[in-house]
Design a protein around this ligand. Structure first.
Ligand code: GAP
Length: 674
C-alpha cells in the first residue's frame, strides 16, 4: 500500500532527513524546502535517472546548463511577461487573498460534493475519479465540448447577455441564467454546477467576476462575500542587475530588471544555434537541461507538490516542420507520441504502479499559448490532492524559435499570433541539407518537475507493514482506549468552540475535528493501521495538547514497534543509501574491523553506511525506513568461514554470502552491471 496521506510523507521526510521546511529558526518562509542528507541523495538519483533516460540512452540528445538570469527580453518575447499570471482577488472583509479561478471552481465543486443536484451523467465520472473532482469536471467539460457545439454557441450568447446585465447592474440571478439554458435544443441535461464548471473553464474571466459580483462565492476564511475586482498577478520573481534604486516601471528600472526563470526551457532556446553548431547536430535532435525554476505561486502547498522554488528536468527536441518531411520520416504527432511513451515507461520502470499513473490529453482551453497538443502524465497522490500533473509533454510547434528570431515571414507571424521581434539580432533557424531549405524547427518538449517527481516516488514507495499481528486482546484493549481518547477530544473541541475569542482557545476545534475523523477511520482498519495511528497520535495537528492522547501515544508506539515496520520500497537506483554494514558486536574489534573494511570496499561506488549504534533488529528497521535495499551483517561466523549475512529490504530474507562473491551479489541485486 502506498502512502495514505501527504502527512505520512512529510513526517518521514522530516524525521529521517529527506526534506525540511526552509528557514526554520525564523519560522520558515512560505513553501520553500531544504533537502537534507538523504533528500539530496535521492533528488540527485532522480535527476541522474532522468539524464540517463533522456540523454545517455539516446543518440540524438545533448545537455546544457544555462544561467538562471537572462535578458528580460527573453521573457517578453516568450510571452511570459504578458501572460504568465494568475487572477487574484482579495476579500474586502478579512483581506485574505485567493486565486479567483480556484475560488470559483472550488465553491462549485464543494456544492457538488455536498450532494446538491449531482446529476446521473456526472456520477459515473465522479466515481471514476473519486479523489479528484476537478478531473471529473474536466472530463465532463471535454464531453460537453465535443458533443454539443451548437448548444454551446447559443449558451455562450446567453452568457454574454447575462454578463451584460450583471455589469449594468440590472436585476438578474444565476438561477435565471441557468433557467434560460434549459430550453436550448441539444443542451445536455446536467446539474447546474456541472454547467457552471463548464462555463467557468470556457469563459473564466467573465463568469468569475459575475459570480463574485453576485455574491455567490463566499470567502473560505470569513464566509463573507465582498470581493475586490479580479486582477492579474505575474508569477515571475523580479530582481535587478546592478545597484539600481529607481522607481518601479521607470525606464531605468525596466532596463535593469531581471526575472528568476519560471522554466528552464527558454535557456535551451537561447542556445539552440550554439549547440547545433558546436556539436554538429542535424535535426531531429534534442537539448536537455536540469535546473532550478521559480514561480511566485499564489497558492503553493501540498508539501513539495507546488512550491515557489523547484527543479525542472526539461528536453526540447527539435524536429522537421510537417511541410519539409520526406516519405517515411516521422511527423510531429509521431514524435510527440514516441516521447509520451518513452517518458511514461520511465515512470513505470522506476516502480510507479500502472494503476496510479495516467496519460491525460489537455483540452483545448487548458493548452498553453505555445502548445498545439499536450499530454500530461498524472500521478494519483494520496489524500485530497488526487491525480496531479507530474510531467507534461507538449508539441510547441515552431513557436519558440520563431518568437526569438528577427526575420520571421509574415504568414508565420500571423499563424503563431506573434509580433515581429525587433529586439533579436539572430534567426534561430536551421538549414536542412536534404530538403535544401531553411526553416524554424518544431519542438516536442517533455517537461518534468524533479522535486515533484521525488514526492511521487516517496508516496509510491511508502509502506507500513504488519510484520506479526498483535494478540486480539491487545487490539480490543487499544480500541477501548482510543474510544476514550476520542470522547475526550470531542469534549475539548466543544470547550474550544464555546470560547469566542480565538486567541484564548487552548485547542483549534477544526484541527481536533479532523483528528477525530482521521483517528476514527484508521481505527476501523486495525491492526493494519497500527503504525499510521502511532504517527497520527504523535504529529496530527489536532492531537496536540490532548491529555488522553499523550497517555495513549507511548503504548501505541510500543505495539507498533513490536508488530509493524515502515519500509520505503524505493527502486534501488533511487534509494539514497544503497548498502548498510553492521557489526553484530561493536566491542569485538575483529568484527568491527571487518565491517569497516567492507564499507571501504563499497563506499567509493555508492552511498554506503556503517552503523553500530543499536541492536541488529533496530538497525534493519532504520534502514527499511529510508529505503536501503541491502544490509550486510558481520558476525562471529564471518571470522570463521569468511561469509556475511546479506539481508533484502523487501523480502526481509537473509542469506549467507562468501566474501569473494559479495561484490557480484550486491551489484546484481542493485541492478548494476557486474
Ligand atoms: N516548460 C514547460 C513548463 O514549464 P509546466 O507544466 O508549467 O511546463 C512542468 O511545468 C513541470 O514542472 C510540471 O509537470 C511539474 O512537475 C513541475 N512544476 C511546475 N510548477 C511547479 C511548482 N510550483 N512546484 C513544483 N513543481 C512544479
Amino acid at each position: 500500500m502506498p502512502a495514505r496521506s501527504l502527512d505520512q510523507i512529510r513526517r518521514l521526510a522530516k524525521n529521517r532527513g529527506f526534506i525540511f521546511a526552509g528557514s526554520a529558526p525564523y519560522g520558515g518562509l512560505g513553501s520553500f524546502w531544504d533537502y537534507g542528507p538523504l533528500g539530496v541523495e535521492m533528488l540527485n538519483h532522480v535527476k541522474r535517472s532522468w539524464w540517463q533516460n533522456v540523454v545517455y540512452n539516446r543518440d540524438d540528445v545533448e545537455g546544457v546548463d544555462c544561467a538562471i538570469l537572462m535578458n528580460r527580453k527573453v521573457w517578453q518575447h516568450s510571452g511570459h511577461e504578458a501572460t504568465f499570471s494568475d487572477p487574484l482577488v482579495d476579500c474586502k472583509s478579512c483581506r485574505a487573498r485567493f486565486r479567483a479561478d480556484h475560488l470559483v471552481t472550488d465553491a462549485i465543486l464543494a456544492r457538488e460534493t455536498e450532494g446538491e443536484n449531482v446529476h446521473r451523467k456526472l456520477r459515473p465520472i465522479i466515481e471514476l475519479f473519486p479523489v479528484s473532482l476537478k478531473a471529473a469536471g474536466l472530463q465532463l467539460y471535454a464531453k460537453l465540448r465535443d458533443d454539443e457545439q451548437d448548444a454551446e454557441r447559443e449558451a455562450n450568447r446567453r452568457l454574454r447577455e447575462f454578463q451584460d446585465k450583471v455589469s449594468n447592474g440590472e436585476k438578474t440571478s444565476l438561477d435565471e441564467f441557468f433557467g434560460s439554458l434549459a430550453n436550448i435544443p441539444g443542451m445536455p441535461n446536467v446539474s447546474q454546477y456541472a454547467q457552471l464548471f463548464f462555463f467557468v473553464r470556457r469563459h473564466p474571466n467573465e463568469l468569475r467576476s459575475a459570480l463574485l459580483k453576485l455574491g455567490k462565492v463566499s470567502c473560505p476564511k470569513c464566509q463573507k462575500a465582498d470581493w475586490t475586482d479580479a486582477r492579474n498577478f505575474n508569477l515571475m520573481f523580479q530582481s535587478h542587475v546592478g545597484p539600481v534604486e529607481a522607481n518601479k516601471g521607470t525606464e531605468e528600472e525596466l532596463a535593469s530588471r531581471v526575472y528568476l526563470r519560471p522554466e528552464t526551457a527558454q535557456g535551451i532556446f537561447m542556445n539552440f544555434k550554439n549547440v547545433l553548431e558546436s556539436s554538429r547536430r542535424k535535426v531531429p535532435f534534442g537539448i536537455a537541461q536540469i535546473g532550478k525554476a521559480f514561480r511566485n505561486e499564489i497558492t503553493p502547498g501540498n508539501f513539495t507538490f507546488r512550491t515557489r522554488e523547484f527543479e525542472q528536468m526539461e528536453l526540447e527536441f527539435f524536429i522537421k516542420p510537417p511541410q519539409f518531411l520526406q516519405p517515411g520520416e516521422k511527423t510531429d504527432e509521431q514524435w510527440h507520441e514516441e516521447w509520451v511513451e518513452q517518458r511514461y515507461n520511465w515512470w513505470l520502470g522506476l516502480g510507479i504502479d500502472k494503476s496510479r499513473i495516467r496519460k491525460r490529453a489537455q483540452t483545448r482551453e487548458e493548452l498553453a499559448h505555445y502548445s498545439k497538443a499536450t499530454v500530461d502524465l498524472e500521478y494519483l497522490f494520496p489524500g485530497s490532492l488526487g491525480f496531479g500533473e507530474i510531467e507534461g509533454i507538449a508539441n510547441r510547434t515552431d513557436y519558440d524559435l520563431s518568437a526569438h528570431s528577427k526575420d520571421v515571414p509574415e504568414d508565420a507571424l500571423k499563424r503563431l499570433k506573434l509580433e515581429k521581434n525587433a529586439d533579436s539580432v539572430e534567426n534561430l533557424d536551421y538549414f536542412d541539407q536534404d530538403a535544401k531549405a531553411r526553416y524554424f524547427p518544431w519542438v516536442i518538449e517533455p517537461s518534468c518537475g524533479a522535486t515533484r517527481a521525488m514526492l511521487a516516488f516517496l508516496c509510491e514507495a511508502y509502506n507500513e507493514e504488519l510484520v506479526k499481528p498483535p494478540a486480539e486482546a491487545d487490539i480490543a484493549a487499544l480500541k477501548t482506549e482510543i474510544d476514550a481518547a476520542i470522547k475526550n477530544a470531542e469534549k475539548k473541541k466543544k470547550e474550544a468552540e464555546k470560547e469566542k475569542d480565538a486567541a484564548q482557545r487552548k485547542h483549534d476545534p477544526v484541527a481536533i475535528e479532523a483528528f477525530i475523523r482521521d483517528l476514527t477511520e484508521a481505527t476501523t482498519r486495525l491492526p493494519q493501521s497500527l503504525a499510521e495511528i502511532d504517527g497520527m497520535l504523535k504529529d496530527h495537528a489536532g492531537a496536540q495538547n490532548l491529555e488522553l492522547v499523550k497517555k495513549l501515544s507511548p503504548k501505541v508506539s510500543k505495539l507498533a514497534e513490536d508488530h509493524t515496520r515502515l519500509v520505503l520500497k524505493l527502486h534501488p537506483s533511487l534509494a539514497p543509501v544503497k548498502l548498510a554494514i553492521f557489526p553484530l558486536k561493536k566491542n569485538e574489534p575483529r568484527i568491527v574491523d571487518e565491517a569497516r573494511r567492507i564499507k571501504h570496499q563499497f563506499q567509493h561506488l555508492f552511498r554506503t553506511v556503517y552503523d553500530d549504534s543499536a541492536g541488529i533488529g533496530k538497525l534493519y528497521r532504520r534502514q527499511d525506513e529510508i529505503g536501503t535495499p541491502l544490509c550486510i551483517t558481520v558476525d562471529f561466523q564471518t571470522l570463521e568461514d569468511n561469509t556475511v549475512t546479506l539481508r533484502d529490504r523487501d523480502t526481509m530474507q537473509q542469506i549467507r554470502v562468501p566474501m569473494e562473491k559479495l561484490k557480484h551479489e550486491v551489484f546484481h541485486r542493485l541492478g548494476m552491471p557486474v
